[in-house]
Structures are given as structure tokens and as C-alpha cells.
Design a protein around this ligand. Structure first.
Ligand SMILES: [Fe+2]
Ligand SMILES: [Fe+2]
Length: 156
């Protein structure tokens, strides 16, 4: 598991994990706001989650997914993850929180996001520690910088 394997010691993975935490916190806050009937506040929180996730997805898909996806063993685990990114994006683009059914879809999506993240943090990220060469880490980190213009990676 990510908590034990050393993932958090690796720059880039540490950033990805921090992005996961920010996105799930925003999603959890949005669900709680919906539960209180604060739909406008929930909408703002979901919008903030979407901003966080879009740069995160770009960094992942052009970074660690791109380099690991060259190996067939990993590629078959990566394509469902990319599909889940697109599904959540579609939901965020189309959701109308004034509809109870849409609020249910959001609550389920936030729950599912935790599962999605677990597949990355407990599967792909630990595997990357042994799978990637130095040049591949450099490539993955360059994709992170492209996805987060003007930002710095987390310090030690
Ligand atoms: Fe992801
Ligand atoms: Fe992720």
C-alpha cells in the first residue's frame, strides 16, 4: 500500500497524492453541503474540485500513465482509469444540483473517486517505483509541470 511502500517519499507521487487529498476533501465538502440543502455552495465546491482534477488528470495521463502505459501489463490497468476520468468530467459538466437524481449521482461519483484513487495509490503508484527509469521519471515530471504552469512541486 502507498502508505508503506515509499510512494510518499517520491516527488511527483507526493504531488499526485496531495492533489487526490484536495479533490476528495472538496468532493466530501460538496456532498455535505448538498446534504444541508446548500446547493449553490455545493456547486462552487464541485467547480473547485473540477479545477483541481483537470490539472491532476492532465499531469497523470501525460505523465505516469503515458510512461507506464508503454508496458502492456500496466496499460490494461490504465485505460479504465482514464475512462473514469472522462466519466467524472462528463458528470461535472452536465450535473444540475437542483435535481435530486443528479445530487445522488454526485454523491456516488465522490464515493467512486475514492475507489479510483485507491487503485492508483495502492496499485499503479507502488508499481511505478520499480517500473520507471530515471528518464521516465523526468518525462512524467515534465508532464506535471506542463499541467501546472507556474507552480512548484512540493518541497521535501
Ligand atoms: Fe486518476
Ligand atoms: Fe489520480
Amino acid at each position: 500500500m502507498c502508505h508503506y511502500c515509499g510512494c510518499r517519499e517520491m516527488p511527483l507521487l507526493r504531488d499526485y497524492i496531495a492533489e487526490h487529498e484536495r479533490a476528495t476533501n472538496l468532493g466530501g465538502d460538496a456532498v455535505r453541503a448538498m446534504d444541508r440543502g446548500e446547493h449553490e455552495h455545493a456547486r462552487e465546491l464541485l467547480a473547485a474540485m473540477g479545477v483541481e482534477l483537470r490539472s491532476h488528470w492532465q499531469g497523470e495521463e501525460n505523465g505516469i500513465f503515458a510512461v507506464m502505459g508503454r508496458v502492456e501489463l500496466y496499460a490494461e490497468h490504465i485505460s479504465p482509469l482514464v475512462r473514469e476520468h472522462r466519466e467524472l468530467e462528463h458528470l461535472l459538466q452536465t450535473v444540475d444540483l437542483t435535481h435530486a437524481a443528479d445530487r445522488d449521482r454526485v454523491a456516488k461519483a465522490v464515493f467512486d473517486l475514492r475507489e479510483h484513487i485507491a487503485k492508483e495509490e495502492d496499485g499503479l503508484f507502488p508499481a511505478s517505483l520499480t517500473a520507471l527509469s530515471g528518464a521516465e521519471w523526468d518525462e512524467a515530471m515534465a508532464a506535471w509541470h506542463d499541467a501546472h504552469p507556474g507552480q512548484h512541486m512540493l518541497g521535501n
